[in-house]
Design a protein around this ligand. Structure first.
Ligand SMILES: C[S@@+](CC[C@H](N)C(=O)[O-])C[C@H]1O[C@@H](n2cnc3c(N)ncnc32)[C@H](O)[C@@H]1O
Length: 421
């Protein structure tokens, strides 16, 4: 039978990913297995990985008797021929292990891999974010982290837990919110995983608004749970601006870090600004930008009218043209915010007015930033693959983290746990 299996064909088939709403634990396990075969983590994924290969072999060779043994052998062949042609493979000699929860497109992963970390588990439920993640890191994230089955795939003994979880209010019964008050929220799931797996360090990220969310109760409950119920040393959270770390984007996010108490860590310094003065110009496309990004004259007129109407009421609704030598506002996903935040004026560069067939000007030179420019604003390198539609790409980069700010903070965390190890 072995001779009959065309491993290349199988490999080609298995490496494909079609966005789907259906969770496939076996397929996620399979990709996690392949990328963890050199460390002790692979045993967590082996059973499901074999089951996945077996199922696929059965589909391809329906008349053959595919046993577990054959599937396991095929799996070993697949490891040998593992397609390492992904832009961001794990470091060759990893120095620590981490998990990437609410992974999005892997902003945390990129930063922690750059510091020598090996990601051993990923969860993200959005099918298009999974597609981007798979194209860049080779692994297909597991899905809904609130499901016990998803959590059952998280291996033991990793060092750092990363999570940029969505912010939700808790309904607190007592004076100070505790673990049980957070039940039913995504923070509860994060806390439950920390409690069970006891990582050395945790790194949580959220919108700046978390600080004042529900009159400050949400943040104080989070800190209370981490400090009192989970017994972690958690210094005061800090609001960090991406623009302090070498990208021209004014993006403030709250960072919460923590250390398991038995390590004796009782101080932590967040990173200092890198003091690089980067301007928008440095992230703009070098080549001519497709005309589709330029706003039509008609649309621009509508925006201008909106602004004229609404700014007079003082709510600033409208759009803002960001100068090339300036700093962009935070990239955010969806709606009018997108245009308002990130419209730039190319009239002074090499833009030639675009006309329609009757010769009227219909594009003046004011355009949206491209997905690649958004990627750069978030500190993603140019070899980061964008494999989804523009609409999805804006959403994904808008949801993501500014990698350099995450990396600078993660470095401080790693230095602490290494120093104290
Ligand atoms: C703020 S984004 C985090 C983005 C990420 N830090 C990055 O670098 O791209 C939150 C992510 O959590 C995902 N998410 C929300 N609820 C989830 C759940 N129950 N299970 C898994 N992922 C979830 C969303 O799809 C979204 O991509």
């Amino acid at each position: 039978m072995k001779g009959k299996i065309d491993i290349e064909k199988i490999e080609n088939k298995l490496s494909k990913y079609k966005p789907s709403d259906i969770e496939n634990y076996d397929k996620s396990s399979f990709t996690h297995y392949l990328h963890n075969h050199k460390n002790g983590v692979s045993k967590f994924y082996k059973k499901n990985a074999i089951s996945y290969v077996k199922e696929e072999l059965n589909k391809e060779y329906p008349t053959e008797n595919i046993t577990n043994k054959i599937a396991e052998e095929a799996l070993q062949y697949l490891i040998i021929g593992l397609n390492t042609d992904i832009p961001f493979p794990a470091p060759k000699k990893p120095e620590f292990k981490f998990v990437d929860l609410f992974a999005g497109i892997g902003g945390f992963r990129l930063a922690l891999q750059n510091l020598g970390g090996k990601c051993v588990f990923t969860s993200e439920w959005d099918k298009y974010s999974k597609q981007t993640y798979k194209a860049n890191f080779g692994e297909l994230p597991f899905g809904d982290i609130t499901k016990p089955e998803t959590k059952s795939y998280i291996p033991d003994n990793f060092d750092v837990l990363c999570a940029g979880f969505p912010c939700q209010a808790f309904s607190i019964a007592g004076r100070r919110g505790g673990f049980e008050d957070t039940r039913g929220t995504l923070f509860f799931d994060v806390a439950e995983i920390i409690k069970k797996k006891q990582p050395k360090a945790i790194f949580l990220e959220n919108v700046k608004g978390l600080r004042n969310h529900d009159k400050g109760k949400t943040l104080s409950t989070i800190l209370n749970v981490l400090r009192e119920d989970l017994n972690y040393y958690v210094p005061e959270p800090k609001i960090i601006n991406a623009k302090e770390f070498g990208v021209p984007q004014n993006r403030e996010r709250i960072f919460i870090v923590g250390f398991r108490k038995d390590q004796g860590i009782d101080s932590f310094e967040y990173p200092e600004s890198s003091n690089e003065n980067v301007i928008l110009e440095e992230v703009l496309e070098e080549n001519e930008v497709s005309v589709k990004y330029y706003l039509s004259t008609k649309y621009l007129q509508t925006l201008r009218e909106h602004r004229a109407r609404h700014e007079s009421k003082g709510n600033g609704f409208g759009y803002e043209i960001i100068p090339h030598e300036g700093t962009a506002n935070a990239v955010v996903c969806g709606g009018m915010g997108r245009e308002r935040n990130l419209v730039i004026d190319d009239r002074l560069s090499n833009f030639k007015p675009v006309t329609n067939i009757t010769g009227e000007v219909n594009r003046e030179g004011i355009r949206k930033m491209t997905p690649r420019e958004w990627a750069r604003l978030q500190g993603f390198p140019d070899d980061f693959k964008i494999v989804v539609s523009d609409a999805q790409a804006y959403k994904q980069f808008g949801n993501s983290v500014a990698v350099p700010a995450i990396q600078a903070t993660a470095l401080k965390i790693i230095e602490k746990i290494k120093y104290n190890a």
